[in-house]
Design a protein around this ligand. Structure first.
Ligand code: SAM
Length: 235
């Protein structure tokens, strides 16, 4: 892995020193990772081989969701319906078990959930999440660089977006997903994850799937369909 600060290459040690307050995240980065970390001022992006750099732009995501929710009620969004959010019936706490590049967390926050706890165990997405939240702190987002198995609290809703094979063969996977695949970010396919997540959910566990993919556990109690996504709901 290479690291560039304002177009000059720096060593991993220099990077770790510069971002030493990122603690365990920077100490988990290894030279064996592929791609480039790019620093411009305080902003950190990541560039996977053959792709353009990625930065988590919290303000841009917020603006996008706000604009969408002016045109169409947020309660009609498949994510809001999957989480069980209705007018006068908000959800206090959500666990986003698989943070990735925070896209779903920011959607859930924009819908109006007050407290979201986010877990991500791979150091590259974790680095970008930590950097984005340092540049744009958001009240009510509590980020943990850790395996979600370490979490044993209760949340109104637990949200799980596992890595999955590309079932929608016509569409190329989004850049974010291509990066996570290049980084070999995986999710276990066994029942243990599912059971652990279900045990933390007070109201429901929501599992995001590609619309054509089978459910990760049979007979969900409900499903909400989006354009290319399906949310399976388990109590
Ligand atoms: C499909 S991505 C999630 C994308 C995310 N929902 C978004 O909107 O950007 C799955 C992510 O979960 C992380 N992950 C997988 N298993 C995990 C676990 N047990 N604990 C924490 N993170 C995990 C992977 O490293 C990967 O970044």
């Amino acid at each position: 892995m290479q690291i560039f600060e304002n177009d000059s290459e720096i060593s991993l040690e220099e990077f770790k020193e510069k971002f030493s307050d990122y603690g365990h995240i920077t100490s988990s980065l290894s030279r064996d990772l592929t791609g480039k970390i790019i620093i411009e001022g305080e902003k950190i992006s990541y560039q996977a081989d053959g792709l353009s750099p990625l930065f988590i732009d919290i303000n841009k995501s917020y603006r996008y969701h706000q604009k969408t929710f002016v045109k169409r009620s947020k309660y009609k969004d498949p994510m809001a319906r999957a989480l069980g959010i209705k007018p006068g019936n908000n959800i206090e706490s959500v666990l986003d078990a698989t943070g990735g590049f925070l896209a779903d967390t920011l959607l859930i926050k924009s819908i109006g959930v007050k407290n979201i706890t986010v877990f991500e165990r791979h150091p590259i997405p974790a680095l970008l999440i930590k950097n984005a939240l340092s540049l744009n702190p958001i009240e009510g987002i509590d980020f943990h660089f850790s395996d979600v198995y370490e979490c044993n609290k209760k949340f109104d809703v637990v949200y799980y977006d596992p890595m999955y094979d590309n079932f929608n063969v016509k569409a190329a996977p989004k850049k974010e997903m291509q990066i996570l695949r290049a980084l070999e970010c995986s999710t276990e396919k066994d029942d243990k994850v599912f059971d652990h997540l279900l045990s933390m959910a007070i109201k429901r566990l929501v599992v995001k799937r590609s619309i054509k993919a089978p459910p990760i556990r049979e007979n969900p109690q409900g499903s909400i369909l989006g354009k290319s996504t399906r949310y399976d709901i388990y109590f």
